[in-house]
Design a protein around this ligand. Structure first.
Ligand code: AP5
Length: 218
């Protein structure tokens, strides 16, 4: 299967959770622009400081930088057989760039919307915790670790809470998603490349639909 899988959905919809399963089970690289920016903001450079302010407020990183980061990552040899994009594209300029990239690489593109109503996203986001070692995603309400605040696989690692996972910033993230990214859903629908999955169910039921959508001919 030589495909670019674009996982779309609001903040907390479950894109990262599903992308990790696609990586494990289909062997496709998981490219998360959010994860890449969070890693970049940890260095001690003026760019890192700028990124920290942007990410912590919930607005978007400028297109120029985002596009450069994706171009660089997708040019690596592990992307030759396709890849999973988590959180990209988010603007029309990013979607345009992806069309050019996909055409150049000869990969068809399928967009999957993990559909979750806004009113249940807050608990998903405020309850999220991540392992700083393996990146495993937990949730204190829906997927708690066996022992409080530590990873099941790395017991010495205290789980981390993202700086933008708070009730205030989530409002900005949702508004940004509505204004900038939701129009792209119509764009992929118009071009017959959108698959919708109901993201309110259990993780495995959602995954089964996604795998079916990206490996089938429909
Ligand atoms: P990014 O990291 O992409 O964040 P996001 O889009 O807000 O999405 P999240 O990571 O919050 O949620 P998710 O859908 O991955 O959900 P998850 O699987 O973790 O972006 C962060 C920032 O980076 C942006 O605000 C922006 O500043 C910048 N950025 C990134 N990409 C950019 C771009 N292209 N252009 C410009 N700027 C960009 O799940 C959430 C929680 O729910 C977890 O706790 C999980 O355990 C739980 N959960 C998952 N599935 C289920 C389920 N089925 N049932 C119950 N709980 C579930």
């Amino acid at each position: 299967m030589l495909k670019i899988i674009v996982l779309m959905g609001a903040p907390g919809a479950g894109k990262g959770t599903q992308a990790r399963l696609l990586r494990e089970r289909l062997g496709l690289p998981h490219i998360s622009t959010g994860d890449m920016f969070r890693a970049m903001k940890e260095s001690h450079t003026p760019l890192a400081e700028e990124l920290r302010l942007i990410l912590d407020s919930g607005v978007l990183v400028p297109d120029e930088l985002t596009i450069r980061v994706v171009e660089e990552r997708t040019s690596k040899p592990d992307c030759r057989n396709g890849y999973v994009l988590d959180g990209f594209p988010r603007t029309p300029a990013q979607a345009d760039m992806l069309e050019t990239l996909a055409a150049g690489q000869g990969h068809p593109l399928v967009a999957v919307l993990v559909d979750v109503p806004f009113d249940i996203l807050e608990k998903r986001v405020t309850g999220r915790r991540n392992c700083p070692v393996c990146g495993e995603i937990y949730n204190v309400y829906f997927k708690p670790p066996k022992f409080d605040e530590v990873c099941d696989l790395h017991p010495s690692a205290k789980l981390h809470r993202r700086a933008d996972d708070n009730a205030e910033t989530i409002k900005t993230r949702l508004a940004t998603y509505g204004q900038e990214t939701q129009p792209l859903i119509e764009y992929y629908e118009r071009t017959s490349r959108l698959r919708r999955v109901d993201g309110t169910r259990g993780v495995e039921a959602i995954y089964a639909d996604i795998e079916n959508a990206v490996t089938g001919d429909k």
